[in-house]
Design a protein around this ligand. Structure first.
Ligand code: SAH
Length: 343
Protein backbone atom coordinates (compact mmCIF):
# COMPACT_ATOMS: atom_id res chain seq x y z
CA UNK A 1 0.00 0.00 0.00
CA UNK A 2 1.31 3.42 -0.91
CA UNK A 3 1.23 6.23 1.65
CA UNK A 4 -1.12 9.09 0.86
CA UNK A 5 1.16 12.09 0.99
CA UNK A 6 -1.64 14.58 1.72
CA UNK A 7 -2.54 12.73 4.90
CA UNK A 8 0.84 13.61 6.35
CA UNK A 9 2.17 16.75 7.94
CA UNK A 10 5.58 17.90 6.69
CA UNK A 11 7.24 16.23 9.66
CA UNK A 12 5.39 12.97 9.18
CA UNK A 13 6.38 12.99 5.52
CA UNK A 14 9.97 13.72 6.43
CA UNK A 15 10.05 10.58 8.58
CA UNK A 16 8.22 8.42 6.05
CA UNK A 17 10.49 9.53 3.19
CA UNK A 18 13.80 9.52 5.03
CA UNK A 19 15.26 6.71 2.94
CA UNK A 20 14.52 8.70 -0.23
CA UNK A 21 15.01 12.29 0.84
CA UNK A 22 17.81 13.12 3.22
CA UNK A 23 18.26 16.82 2.72
CA UNK A 24 15.97 19.57 3.99
CA UNK A 25 16.10 21.54 0.76
CA UNK A 26 14.85 18.47 -1.14
CA UNK A 27 12.02 18.12 1.38
CA UNK A 28 11.07 21.74 0.82
CA UNK A 29 11.10 21.20 -2.93
CA UNK A 30 8.61 18.34 -2.57
CA UNK A 31 6.35 20.38 -0.29
CA UNK A 32 6.38 23.21 -2.79
CA UNK A 33 5.39 20.91 -5.66
CA UNK A 34 2.59 19.39 -3.62
CA UNK A 35 0.98 22.43 -2.02
CA UNK A 36 2.06 25.48 -3.95
CA UNK A 37 2.34 24.14 -7.49
CA UNK A 38 -0.46 21.65 -6.80
CA UNK A 39 1.22 19.10 -9.00
CA UNK A 40 -0.67 15.82 -9.35
CA UNK A 41 2.23 13.65 -10.50
CA UNK A 42 5.73 13.06 -9.13
CA UNK A 43 7.03 13.10 -12.71
CA UNK A 44 6.44 16.84 -12.79
CA UNK A 45 8.76 17.50 -9.86
CA UNK A 46 11.39 18.56 -12.37
CA UNK A 47 13.98 20.03 -10.02
CA UNK A 48 14.39 16.62 -8.35
CA UNK A 49 16.57 13.90 -9.88
CA UNK A 50 14.70 11.23 -11.80
CA UNK A 51 15.57 8.42 -9.38
CA UNK A 52 14.09 10.36 -6.46
CA UNK A 53 10.91 11.03 -8.40
CA UNK A 54 10.63 7.35 -9.26
CA UNK A 55 11.13 6.23 -5.69
CA UNK A 56 8.58 8.77 -4.43
CA UNK A 57 6.14 7.40 -6.96
CA UNK A 58 6.74 3.84 -5.75
CA UNK A 59 6.11 4.71 -2.15
CA UNK A 60 3.63 7.59 -2.15
CA UNK A 61 0.27 8.57 -3.54
CA UNK A 62 -0.58 12.16 -4.50
CA UNK A 63 -4.28 11.83 -5.30
CA UNK A 64 -7.08 9.59 -4.02
CA UNK A 65 -10.16 11.47 -5.21
CA UNK A 66 -11.64 11.17 -8.68
CA UNK A 67 -13.88 13.85 -10.16
CA UNK A 68 -16.91 11.87 -11.29
CA UNK A 69 -19.25 14.75 -11.99
CA UNK A 70 -18.97 18.44 -12.60
CA UNK A 71 -21.82 20.85 -13.13
CA UNK A 72 -21.54 24.51 -13.94
CA UNK A 73 -24.28 26.98 -13.00
CA UNK A 74 -25.85 28.96 -15.81
CA UNK A 75 -26.75 31.78 -13.44
CA UNK A 76 -23.39 32.40 -11.79
CA UNK A 77 -19.91 30.87 -12.07
CA UNK A 78 -20.51 28.27 -9.40
CA UNK A 79 -19.29 24.75 -10.14
CA UNK A 80 -20.43 21.70 -8.20
CA UNK A 81 -17.93 18.84 -8.05
CA UNK A 82 -18.70 15.27 -7.10
CA UNK A 83 -15.64 13.27 -6.04
CA UNK A 84 -15.33 9.55 -5.55
CA UNK A 85 -13.12 8.39 -2.68
CA UNK A 86 -10.89 5.31 -2.85
CA UNK A 87 -13.56 3.31 -1.01
CA UNK A 88 -16.05 4.38 -3.68
CA UNK A 89 -18.09 6.85 -1.67
CA UNK A 90 -19.18 10.26 -2.91
CA UNK A 91 -18.38 13.67 -1.53
CA UNK A 92 -19.09 17.16 -2.84
CA UNK A 93 -17.29 20.46 -3.07
CA UNK A 94 -18.34 23.74 -4.64
CA UNK A 95 -16.26 26.33 -6.45
CA UNK A 96 -17.52 29.85 -5.81
CA UNK A 97 -16.35 32.97 -7.52
CA UNK A 98 -17.38 36.42 -6.37
CA UNK A 99 -15.84 39.62 -7.73
CA UNK A 100 -12.84 37.73 -9.04
CA UNK A 101 -12.19 36.06 -5.70
CA UNK A 102 -12.27 32.27 -5.81
CA UNK A 103 -13.31 30.15 -2.86
CA UNK A 104 -14.12 26.52 -2.29
CA UNK A 105 -16.81 25.08 -0.06
CA UNK A 106 -15.52 21.73 1.18
CA UNK A 107 -16.93 18.58 2.78
CA UNK A 108 -15.53 17.23 6.03
CA UNK A 109 -17.40 13.93 6.33
CA UNK A 110 -19.09 11.32 4.13
CA UNK A 111 -22.75 11.78 5.00
CA UNK A 112 -23.65 13.75 8.09
CA UNK A 113 -24.58 12.41 11.54
CA UNK A 114 -26.41 15.62 12.53
CA UNK A 115 -29.28 15.16 10.08
CA UNK A 116 -30.86 18.61 9.93
CA UNK A 117 -34.44 18.18 8.72
CA UNK A 118 -34.10 20.76 5.94
CA UNK A 119 -30.67 19.75 4.61
CA UNK A 120 -29.92 17.25 1.86
CA UNK A 121 -26.53 16.32 3.26
CA UNK A 122 -28.38 15.23 6.38
CA UNK A 123 -30.24 12.67 4.28
CA UNK A 124 -27.00 11.00 3.28
CA UNK A 125 -26.23 8.23 5.74
CA UNK A 126 -23.13 8.98 7.76
CA UNK A 127 -20.30 6.69 6.75
CA UNK A 128 -17.05 8.13 8.05
CA UNK A 129 -14.88 11.15 8.63
CA UNK A 130 -12.72 12.42 5.80
CA UNK A 131 -8.97 12.37 6.36
CA UNK A 132 -6.66 15.39 6.26
CA UNK A 133 -5.70 14.55 2.69
CA UNK A 134 -9.22 13.98 1.43
CA UNK A 135 -10.27 17.42 2.66
CA UNK A 136 -7.19 19.18 1.30
CA UNK A 137 -7.37 17.38 -2.03
CA UNK A 138 -10.79 18.89 -2.76
CA UNK A 139 -9.12 22.31 -2.87
CA UNK A 140 -6.07 21.14 -4.84
CA UNK A 141 -8.16 19.43 -7.50
CA UNK A 142 -10.53 22.36 -7.91
CA UNK A 143 -7.56 24.70 -8.20
CA UNK A 144 -6.06 22.42 -10.89
CA UNK A 145 -9.35 22.08 -12.71
CA UNK A 146 -10.34 25.75 -12.77
CA UNK A 147 -6.84 27.17 -13.06
CA UNK A 148 -7.90 29.77 -10.49
CA UNK A 149 -5.95 30.47 -7.33
CA UNK A 150 -8.15 29.64 -4.36
CA UNK A 151 -7.98 32.33 -1.70
CA UNK A 152 -10.87 31.32 0.53
CA UNK A 153 -12.19 28.11 2.07
CA UNK A 154 -15.51 27.40 3.72
CA UNK A 155 -16.17 24.26 5.77
CA UNK A 156 -19.79 24.37 4.68
CA UNK A 157 -20.14 21.32 2.47
CA UNK A 158 -21.28 17.90 3.60
CA UNK A 159 -20.59 16.97 7.21
CA UNK A 160 -19.94 18.58 10.56
CA UNK A 161 -16.30 19.64 10.86
CA UNK A 162 -16.41 19.82 14.66
CA UNK A 163 -17.25 16.11 14.76
CA UNK A 164 -14.09 15.53 12.72
CA UNK A 165 -11.88 17.63 14.93
CA UNK A 166 -8.53 15.95 14.36
CA UNK A 167 -8.60 16.19 10.57
CA UNK A 168 -10.01 19.72 10.72
CA UNK A 169 -7.08 20.86 12.87
CA UNK A 170 -4.54 19.20 10.53
CA UNK A 171 -6.22 20.83 7.55
CA UNK A 172 -6.31 24.29 9.15
CA UNK A 173 -2.60 24.04 9.88
CA UNK A 174 -1.99 23.27 6.23
CA UNK A 175 -4.28 26.03 4.88
CA UNK A 176 -2.64 28.59 7.13
CA UNK A 177 0.96 27.47 6.65
CA UNK A 178 2.95 29.73 4.37
CA UNK A 179 4.93 26.72 3.19
CA UNK A 180 1.71 24.98 2.17
CA UNK A 181 -1.46 26.86 1.11
CA UNK A 182 -0.81 30.21 2.75
CA UNK A 183 -4.49 31.20 2.89
CA UNK A 184 -5.34 34.18 5.08
CA UNK A 185 -7.13 33.29 8.33
CA UNK A 186 -9.79 35.87 7.54
CA UNK A 187 -10.72 33.91 4.45
CA UNK A 188 -11.24 30.58 6.17
CA UNK A 189 -14.59 29.83 7.81
CA UNK A 190 -15.37 26.78 9.91
CA UNK A 191 -19.13 26.27 10.12
CA UNK A 192 -20.59 24.21 12.95
CA UNK A 193 -24.00 23.21 14.19
CA UNK A 194 -22.67 23.86 17.71
CA UNK A 195 -20.56 21.05 19.12
CA UNK A 196 -19.71 23.02 22.26
CA UNK A 197 -16.56 21.29 23.61
CA UNK A 198 -15.00 21.13 20.13
CA UNK A 199 -15.66 24.83 19.54
CA UNK A 200 -13.93 25.68 22.80
CA UNK A 201 -11.00 23.46 21.87
CA UNK A 202 -10.78 25.17 18.50
CA UNK A 203 -10.84 28.55 20.24
CA UNK A 204 -7.92 27.46 22.43
CA UNK A 205 -5.91 26.49 19.34
CA UNK A 206 -6.23 30.13 18.38
CA UNK A 207 -5.95 29.75 14.62
CA UNK A 208 -7.90 32.96 14.24
CA UNK A 209 -10.09 31.58 11.46
CA UNK A 210 -13.69 32.68 11.27
CA UNK A 211 -16.38 30.64 12.95
CA UNK A 212 -19.97 30.25 11.80
CA UNK A 213 -22.61 28.79 14.08
CA UNK A 214 -25.75 27.33 12.55
CA UNK A 215 -28.43 28.41 15.00
CA UNK A 216 -31.71 28.30 13.03
CA UNK A 217 -33.97 28.59 16.07
CA UNK A 218 -34.40 30.67 19.21
CA UNK A 219 -36.45 28.03 20.96
CA UNK A 220 -34.91 24.79 22.25
CA UNK A 221 -37.86 22.58 21.28
CA UNK A 222 -37.97 23.90 17.75
CA UNK A 223 -34.21 23.55 17.38
CA UNK A 224 -34.45 19.92 18.43
CA UNK A 225 -37.11 19.38 15.80
CA UNK A 226 -35.02 20.99 13.07
CA UNK A 227 -31.72 19.44 14.04
CA UNK A 228 -32.49 15.78 14.60
CA UNK A 229 -29.21 14.95 16.30
CA UNK A 230 -27.81 18.00 18.03
CA UNK A 231 -25.95 15.89 20.60
CA UNK A 232 -27.83 17.60 23.41
CA UNK A 233 -26.12 20.98 23.13
CA UNK A 234 -28.33 23.86 24.19
CA UNK A 235 -28.73 27.22 22.45
CA UNK A 236 -27.43 29.10 25.50
CA UNK A 237 -24.26 27.01 25.67
CA UNK A 238 -23.67 27.23 21.93
CA UNK A 239 -23.86 31.02 22.05
CA UNK A 240 -21.56 31.10 25.06
CA UNK A 241 -19.08 28.97 23.11
CA UNK A 242 -19.34 31.50 20.27
CA UNK A 243 -18.66 34.33 22.67
CA UNK A 244 -15.67 32.45 24.08
CA UNK A 245 -14.40 31.85 20.56
CA UNK A 246 -14.30 35.52 19.57
CA UNK A 247 -12.90 36.63 22.92
CA UNK A 248 -10.15 34.04 22.79
CA UNK A 249 -9.19 34.48 19.13
CA UNK A 250 -10.28 38.05 18.44
CA UNK A 251 -11.79 36.63 15.30
CA UNK A 252 -15.15 36.91 13.60
CA UNK A 253 -18.38 35.04 14.31
CA UNK A 254 -21.29 34.51 11.97
CA UNK A 255 -24.65 33.36 13.26
CA UNK A 256 -26.34 31.39 10.50
CA UNK A 257 -30.08 31.26 10.48
CA UNK A 258 -31.91 29.33 7.79
CA UNK A 259 -35.35 30.87 7.31
CA UNK A 260 -38.24 28.41 6.99
CA UNK A 261 -41.69 29.72 6.14
CA UNK A 262 -44.08 29.63 9.10
CA UNK A 263 -41.55 27.77 11.27
CA UNK A 264 -38.85 30.18 12.45
CA UNK A 265 -39.35 33.37 10.43
CA UNK A 266 -41.93 35.35 12.42
CA UNK A 267 -41.32 38.88 13.63
CA UNK A 268 -41.44 37.52 17.18
CA UNK A 269 -38.61 35.12 16.31
CA UNK A 270 -36.53 38.01 15.01
CA UNK A 271 -37.07 40.00 18.22
CA UNK A 272 -36.21 36.95 20.30
CA UNK A 273 -33.04 36.38 18.30
CA UNK A 274 -32.01 39.99 18.81
CA UNK A 275 -32.58 39.70 22.57
CA UNK A 276 -30.76 36.39 22.76
CA UNK A 277 -27.68 37.73 20.99
CA UNK A 278 -27.68 40.86 23.09
CA UNK A 279 -27.85 38.81 26.28
CA UNK A 280 -24.79 36.84 25.15
CA UNK A 281 -22.89 40.00 24.30
CA UNK A 282 -22.92 39.06 20.67
CA UNK A 283 -23.99 42.41 19.29
CA UNK A 284 -20.68 43.95 18.28
CA UNK A 285 -18.48 44.49 15.27
CA UNK A 286 -17.05 40.95 15.48
CA UNK A 287 -20.42 39.33 14.88
CA UNK A 288 -22.79 39.24 11.96
CA UNK A 289 -25.99 37.36 11.24
CA UNK A 290 -26.37 35.50 7.99
CA UNK A 291 -29.97 34.90 7.01
CA UNK A 292 -30.29 31.98 4.62
CA UNK A 293 -33.68 31.72 2.92
CA UNK A 294 -34.32 27.99 2.59
CA UNK A 295 -33.16 26.49 -0.66
CA UNK A 296 -35.98 24.21 -1.71
CA UNK A 297 -35.37 20.53 -1.99
CA UNK A 298 -37.48 17.69 -3.21
CA UNK A 299 -38.83 15.44 -0.47
CA UNK A 300 -38.27 18.08 2.20
CA UNK A 301 -41.46 19.35 3.78
CA UNK A 302 -40.32 22.91 4.54
CA UNK A 303 -40.96 25.95 2.38
CA UNK A 304 -38.82 28.98 1.60
CA UNK A 305 -39.90 32.23 3.29
CA UNK A 306 -41.64 35.00 1.30
CA UNK A 307 -39.31 37.76 0.19
CA UNK A 308 -41.11 40.32 2.39
CA UNK A 309 -40.68 38.32 5.55
CA UNK A 310 -36.94 37.97 4.96
CA UNK A 311 -36.65 41.72 4.63
CA UNK A 312 -38.71 42.33 7.78
CA UNK A 313 -36.65 39.80 9.74
CA UNK A 314 -33.52 41.57 8.61
CA UNK A 315 -34.85 45.03 9.48
CA UNK A 316 -35.68 43.96 13.04
CA UNK A 317 -32.14 42.70 13.59
CA UNK A 318 -30.69 45.80 11.94
CA UNK A 319 -32.76 47.96 14.23
CA UNK A 320 -31.11 46.18 17.14
CA UNK A 321 -27.74 47.22 15.70
CA UNK A 322 -26.74 43.90 14.24
CA UNK A 323 -24.84 43.45 11.02
CA UNK A 324 -27.09 41.30 8.86
CA UNK A 325 -26.60 39.73 5.44
CA UNK A 326 -28.99 37.77 3.35
CA UNK A 327 -27.07 34.86 1.87
CA UNK A 328 -27.09 34.83 -1.90
CA UNK A 329 -28.22 31.60 -3.44
CA UNK A 330 -25.17 30.54 -5.40
CA UNK A 331 -25.51 27.65 -7.80
CA UNK A 332 -29.15 27.04 -6.98
CA UNK A 333 -29.82 25.63 -10.48
CA UNK A 334 -27.23 22.89 -10.03
CA UNK A 335 -28.11 21.98 -6.43
CA UNK A 336 -24.88 23.50 -5.22
CA UNK A 337 -26.33 25.97 -2.73
CA UNK A 338 -26.43 25.57 1.06
CA UNK A 339 -28.03 22.34 2.11
CA UNK A 340 -28.31 20.99 -1.41
CA UNK A 341 -25.26 18.75 -1.37
CA UNK A 342 -26.49 15.18 -1.52
CA UNK A 343 -27.62 12.70 -4.11
N1 SAH B 1 -22.50 21.08 9.59
C1 SAH B 1 -22.06 22.42 9.43
C2 SAH B 1 -21.60 22.70 8.04
C3 SAH B 1 -22.70 22.72 6.99
S1 SAH B 1 -22.90 24.37 6.57
C4 SAH B 1 -23.14 23.37 9.92
O1 SAH B 1 -24.23 22.91 10.22
O2 SAH B 1 -22.89 24.56 10.07
C5 SAH B 1 -24.28 24.43 5.70
C6 SAH B 1 -25.14 25.63 6.06
O3 SAH B 1 -26.24 25.61 5.19
C7 SAH B 1 -25.67 25.54 7.47
O4 SAH B 1 -25.82 26.78 8.08
C8 SAH B 1 -27.01 24.89 7.18
O5 SAH B 1 -27.90 25.01 8.19
C9 SAH B 1 -27.44 25.59 5.94
N2 SAH B 1 -28.47 24.81 5.18
C10 SAH B 1 -28.67 23.49 5.21
N3 SAH B 1 -29.71 23.14 4.43
C11 SAH B 1 -30.17 24.27 3.88
C12 SAH B 1 -31.21 24.55 2.96
N4 SAH B 1 -31.98 23.59 2.43
N5 SAH B 1 -31.40 25.83 2.60
C13 SAH B 1 -30.60 26.81 3.10
N6 SAH B 1 -29.62 26.59 3.96
C14 SAH B 1 -29.40 25.35 4.36
Amino acid sequence: MKNYILDMTDNQFKVAAKSIIDKDYRLNQVIKWVYRNKSDSFENFTNLPKHIRERLNEKFLLRTLKIVNKEKSKIDNTIRYTFQTLDRKYIFAVFLSVNDRSSVCISSQIGCPVMCAFCYSGKVKFIRNLSRGEIIEQVLQIENDTGKRITGVLFMGMGEPMLNFTSTVFVLNSFLSNKEFGISKRHITVSSVGIVPAIKKLADKNFGVRLALSLHAVDEKLRERLISNNFGFRIEDILDAGKYYIKRTNSHLTIEYTLLKGINNSMADAHKLARLLKRHELVNSNVNVNLIPLNSLVNVKFQPPEHDSVQKFKDILRFSRMTVNIRQQKGIDINAACGQLGY
